[in-house]
Design a protein around this ligand. Structure first.
Ligand code: GTP
Ligand code: MG
Length: 440
């Protein structure tokens, strides 16, 4: 399950509260730089949710939460048909309400038809709020003054109204009968834990229902997954953090991974598993395991992963024909490949999912793309952009990526303009303004 929402609305804090560790403290500027996957076992969920969740009612082992800094990575996870991102939590700050990335996330949820609930976060910041640590929402709501309740109600109804403007019929979660038809809004505080029992209860119910009806995960076949992140790891070289959503992956398995150029064929050297309740991106003491079954977040160490891309498919070959598997991976990559033109702007993005979303947005704005790639803005991108004849196309648009310092210098000398942003439509708007400026 993925957690989406606008910057600073509390996605990481909410997960943090749930897993009871302090990932946020180790985060640079408390901004999530990377995607993490956190497994929360059922017994922990039921202990947080108290009376609301009886573990005997569920046959799920627990929930796997994916914290998404760029919610577009979610598109890739989702389009793989993965069990993991089959439901989502959209986090909205009750005071701040709907923001650009909230709308962008909603748009993705709409297009992918993903069932989701809304966590109306930071209820403790409602003026006059009297906190009740970790209490279910009903209890804490009852204990607030009339005035405070009214204020909260107003904010909640504004969110419900915003959802309805976007075409979702939503209501407070306890009034929702059918979560597939209506969006439930759960008031919570990641800070005080109020409403978190309710949130987990609704999530468990939704996953149980959805997983049972919609999918059976095949846990015995060759593993299928998606790359979340490519990372240098001491002693292992380049590794990939993957979400395995089907089958198993074992040490010594031959795997095929989507790369910048051709699919990478390599052999698993080590499988490094974060412990339950540990965050994959901050956990340094991984457990070395021989085998992992879906669904899980796992770090894979293998040679030649330097070219692997975030958002790309990973497949275990096992007893199948290698060429068939390579073809499968190629087909999957082709389905998310961006159509490029002879001339146009250069686009860089952090994952395949976000690259795809960028390409869609630019297509709508009728901006041609000459080159589209996953990764930071590098000197070779400047070379490509600088060869454009039209100054409007001597441009690089970077979504959720960094500009390498030598690229920055090159851009200055080569007269290439670089735009970067964390919100797609803002990036497109910036570019539009730039073009208008040139045309005047
Ligand atoms: P990005 O990863 O940067 O998109 O942000 P995020 O959505 O993960 O938000 P994060 O969890 O980092 O929280 C942002 C800020 O809001 C932090 O300073 C948190 O302490 C604060 N915050 C989050 N949830 C709550 C809440 O329920 N109540 C209060 N008072 N503060 C909160
Ligand atoms: Mg975060």
């Amino acid at each position: 399950m993925a957690v989406l929402g606008h910057v600073d609305h509390g996605k990481t804090s909410l997960l943090d509260k749930i897993r009871g560790s302090a990932v946020i403290e180790g985060e640079a500027g408390a901004i999530t730089q990377h995607i993490g996957a956190t497994a929360v076992p059922l017994d922990i969920i039921s202990s947080i949710a108290g009376d609301l969740v009886d573990p005997d009612d569920f046959d799920l082992p627990g929930l796997l939460f994916i914290d998404t800094p760029g919610h577009h990575s979610f598109t890739t996870l989702r389009s793989r048909g993965g069990a993991l991102a089959d439901i989502a939590i959209l986090v909205v700050d009750v005071n701040d309400g709907f923001q650009p990335q909230t709308l962008e996330a909603l748009d993705i949820l709409k297009r992918s038809q993903t069932p989701f609930i809304v966590a109306a976060n930071k209820i403790d910041t409602v003026p006059g709020w009297d906190p009740n640590e970790d209490a279910p929402i009903n209890d804490t709501y009852e204990s607030q003054s009339e005035r405070v309740r009214q204020r909260l109600d107003e904010s909640l109804y504004e969110i419900i109204g915003n959802l309805s403007d976007e075409g979702f019929s939503a209501d407070l979660y306890w009034r929702v009968q059918n979560f597939q038809r209506n969006v439930g809004v759960v008031p919570v505080s990641a800070m005080t834990g109020e409403g978190v029992p309710d949130l987990l209860t609704v999530m468990m119910g939704l996953s149980q229902r959805y997983m049972k009806e919609e999918m059976e995960i095949d846990v015995s076949g060759p593993g299928v997954g998606t790359v979340l992140e490519v990372k240098e790891e001491k002693g292992f070289g380049k590794t990939v953090d993957i979400v395995l959503y089907d089958g198993t992956i074992k040490e010594d398995d031959t795997i095929v991974v989507g790369g910048q150029n051709d699919p990478i064929v390599t052999e698993v050297r080590a499988l490094l598993q974060p412990r339950p309740l540990a965050e994959i991106r901050t956990e340094s003491r991984f457990e070395n395991v021989d085998e992992v079954g879906a669904a899980a977040g796992i770090k894979v160490a293998a040679p030649e992963l330097g070219d692997a891309m975030a958002g790309a498919p990973v497949r275990v070959v096992r007893d199948r024909d290698l060429d068939d598997v390579i073809e499968e991976v190629q087909a999957e990559l082709a389905s998310i490949a961006v159509d490029t033109a002879e001339e146009g702007v250069v686009v860089k993005a952090d994952t395949l999912g976000s690259l795809e979303a960028m390409a869609d947005a630019l297509d709508e704005a009728e901006v041609p793309i000459v080159r589209a790639e996953v990764g930071d803005v590098a000197p070779r991108d400047i070379s490509v952009a600088s060869t454009a004849e039209d100054p409007k196309q001597q441009v690089i648009l970077g979504f959720n990526v960094d500009v390498l310092s030598d690229a920055e210098h090159r851009a200055e000398t080569d007269d290439v303009t670089i735009f970067t942003d964390e919100v797609i439509y803002q990036l497109v708007e910036e570019y539009d303004e730039y073009v208008e400026g040139i045309e005047q």
